[in-house]
Design a protein around this ligand. Structure first.
Ligand code: GLY
Length: 395
């Protein structure tokens, strides 16, 4: 990832940190990655004797909660291990990554979920990128075809969930995160159907998911016969019309990726609009870690969501390299603040604590009272990714 602005930003940061005594980003990143490697070594050891299981979160007593491969987060721990292998070049992470990645191979045939991008691209995708293993490629192509079966041509979207709660064809903003997987499949095979699905889904989502201020609805449901929008609601947000924080981050990340993969200006515009909405939001706290919903009741006492921040930081770092100078600097400054906050004792776990997860204080689904103020594997995954992305800029 090239970032033309970086020498100027680096100089400003250096001058600022010299004056304030704040740690350099180099040090923040190196210490945080080294800590992540130690913490996930413990996690991998804890998972050794639990065949077929993957880490998910912790319970009230601090005990590790695992999932099987079918849960949407199964790919994040293997993916984090691949990132830590990339960072450390230590074969112990490669061995652990291979072992954990193999636990989810069966999901390649799963046509009952839209989450195959998270599950297979974060795990097998990083594994293939780093090893070139042809078996991984085969698994992923099978998975990409399984995901494609969920595309509904009359709607122009990949269906997220099965029909429920009166929704015939629910599509959630999170689904933007599956498109990188399809774009990868397009580039590998030359099969334009993958490209068409990804672009059509992105365009339909711009049309129907976003409000005039560029916040996004969580769920848009479509009528399966006419292909028309039948409902705009939420499942995990504070209210139908609110801005559920992780959903906003998924949208930002998704359009940044779609710009990278297609070069289409409309996706860069969309990503910048979302970023501008988020970084200027009056309810974005000083430490730049969003509350679980930008419209959460009880702000400033509402729960924070470290996962929304980690995803947003990773996306902003990438987007800063595509945006113009002024915006690029703003985006990178916010991402830097987020990484500093996440790397502080307020969010970073102590070694051997927090169920061996890296970050504290994420929210899965507050309305469902599920996974509230806990560690979550995807917060860790995007945090490591953001650290690595920032580190690349420092080289
Ligand atoms: N894709 C589910 C979530 O972000 O919670």
């Amino acid at each position: 990832m090239k970032n033309k602005l970086f020498p100027a930003i680096l100089l400003c940061t250096f001058l600022f940190t010299s004056c304030t005594g704040e740690k350099s980003m180099n040090k923040v990143i190196d210490e945080s990655l080294a800590f992540s490697a130690r913490q996930y070594t413990l996690m991998a050891e804890a998972l050794n004797n639990k065949p077929d299981l993957l880490p998910r979160t912790i319970d009230e007593s601090g005990t590790l909660v695992t999932s099987n491969s079918g849960w949407w987060t199964s790919g994040f721990f293997p993916g984090s291990l691949w990132y830590l292998y990339e960072y450390s070049k230590d074969d112990k992470f490669k061995d652990a990554a291979i072992q954990m990645t193999s636990r989810i191979e069966n999901e390649k045939n799963n046509t009952g979920t839209h989450d195959l991008g998270f599950m297979l691209y974060c795990s097998f995708g990083n594994g293939f990128r780093l090893t070139g293993d042809q078996n991984y490629k085969d698994v992923m192509l099978t998975g990409a075809r399984s995901l494609s079966t969920r595309f509904r041509p009359n709607i122009g979207c990949i269906q997220s969930w099965g029909s429920r709660k009166g929704w015939q064809c629910p599509v959630i903003i999170d689904n933007m995160m599956n498109l990188e997987f399809l774009m990868w499949a397009f580039k590998q095979t030359g099969d334009s159907s993958f490209y068409k699905i990804a672009v059509t889904h992105s365009d339909t989502t711009i049309k129907n998911h976003f409000r005039p201020d560029f916040s996004t609805w969580h769920v848009v449901s479509y009528d399966t016969i006419r292909g028309k929008v039948e409902a705009k609601q939420t499942a995990q947000g504070a209210a139908d019309g609110s801005a559920w924080s992780r959903g906003q981050s998924w949208g930002l990340y998704g359009y940044t990726v779609m710009y990278r993969e297609t070069g289409l200006q409309r996706y860069l515009d969309q990503a910048e609009h979302i970023a501008d909405y988020l970084i200027n939001h009056p309810n974005l706290p000083e430490d730049k870690i969003p509350y679980w919903d930008y419209n959460a009741p009880g702000i400033p006492d509402a729960k924070k969501d470290a996962s929304a921040s980690a995803i947003m930081a990773s996306a902003l770092i990438e987007l800063s390299g595509y945006a113009g100078k002024e915006k690029g600097i703003q985006y990178l400054n916010v991402a830097e603040k987020q990484l500093r906050s996440l790397s502080s004792p307020a969010y970073l776990a102590k070694e051997g604590e927090n169920g061996n997860f890296i970050l504290k204080h994420s929210v899965g689904s507050l309305p469902a009272k599920s996974e509230v103020d806990v560690p979550l594997t995807y917060a860790d995954y995007y945090y490591i990714e953001a650290l690595l992305r920032y580190k690349k800029l420092l080289k």
